[in-house]
Design a protein around this ligand. Sequence first.
Ligand SMILES: [Zn+2]
Ligand SMILES: [Zn+2]
Length: 378
Amino acid sequence: MRFKSINFTCKNCGAPLRFSPIEESLKCEFCQSIESIDASLEEIKEYDLSKALIELNRHHEKEINKEVKCSKCAATFTMTPYSFSSNCPYCGTPAIIDFVKEVTPESLLPFQLSQKEAKEAFRKWVGSLWFAPSKLAKFLIDDEKLKGYYLPYWTYDAKTVSDYQGQRGDIYYVTVERNIIVNGREVRQRVQEPRIRWTPVWGRVYNEFDDITIGASKTLSYTILDNLAPWYTEKLVPFNKKYLAGFTSEEYTIGLDNGFELAKVKMNRVIRQSVRQDIGGDQQQITSLKTSYYDTSYKNVLFPIWTAQFRWKNRTYNYAINAQTGKVSGERPYSWIKIALVAITLSIAIGGAIYIDEHPQAIEKASKFLHLLSVNFS
Ligand SMILES: [Zn+2]
Ligand SMILES: [Zn+2]
């Protein structure tokens, strides 16, 4: 299918404009002119989930490759079925097209971190990694090209009522007689020992959830997307194509229904915590838990992410940076040499503890040794 693309041009020199996170505006790369984006006061709506799930089941969306004609150089290129903005591969001009999905994003979080700031956040993250190969940090900073994406997320609100059954465990102490070794001799002594008393319990807990966020793209793994949280959704602004200029944007590939199943898993963790609190005591067992959801609503939003891949010893690693907060999430290689060295050092330290006890000067030697390890072997 053929799509017409749009882009925004500089009023001063006619060159294409891109969104600049630093100015929070569109910016011309040639004459540096800034075009601000009008702040919209439009309310960001949330929609009834149960109604939408019934309606969406009636439609089946086909996946089509999108042929796009660049509005600047007139070349034709293909966007993936779920993309709706990217840059022309021939001239680099931003190209934004229409949505094809039933549910479209009505709000987004604009990019806050520039590519440079994202690289800096990433460099710090690599530096903070335990057991990462030391050459990694340098390797990454040199070759890396970060790509800016607006990826789709679902946010869900819900109220829940959960009925549970379980056991409450209370610890109490009993006095018992035991044989104990004192100075190499066995003596009989009275000691306190803990016991646990289990009582059957049941009850009901209520929870309320606001903006549970679920990544709706398959471009990055669910784990990477999920680890980018938290997102501060109070900063959402009404959707405007101008924010997309220069970035790749995607529509959802994980549906509203599947997204809600993932949200239930997240809500369930919180609900179980509430149940444990409700049970009280020192320990809790939950034997049955039934939850009903009501007042459920959703919205479809776009979140800004810088991402890249790197190859390290024949494997590809993906990572991403939350372009609102700078939080990094990613796959990472381990240096087995570093891990082995720490394991050896630890066993020396533990084995040497008795020796050190009697020879205080050994502590100094040991700490020098540890210091050498951390400096030299990397
Ligand atoms: Zn210009
Ligand atoms: Zn072009």
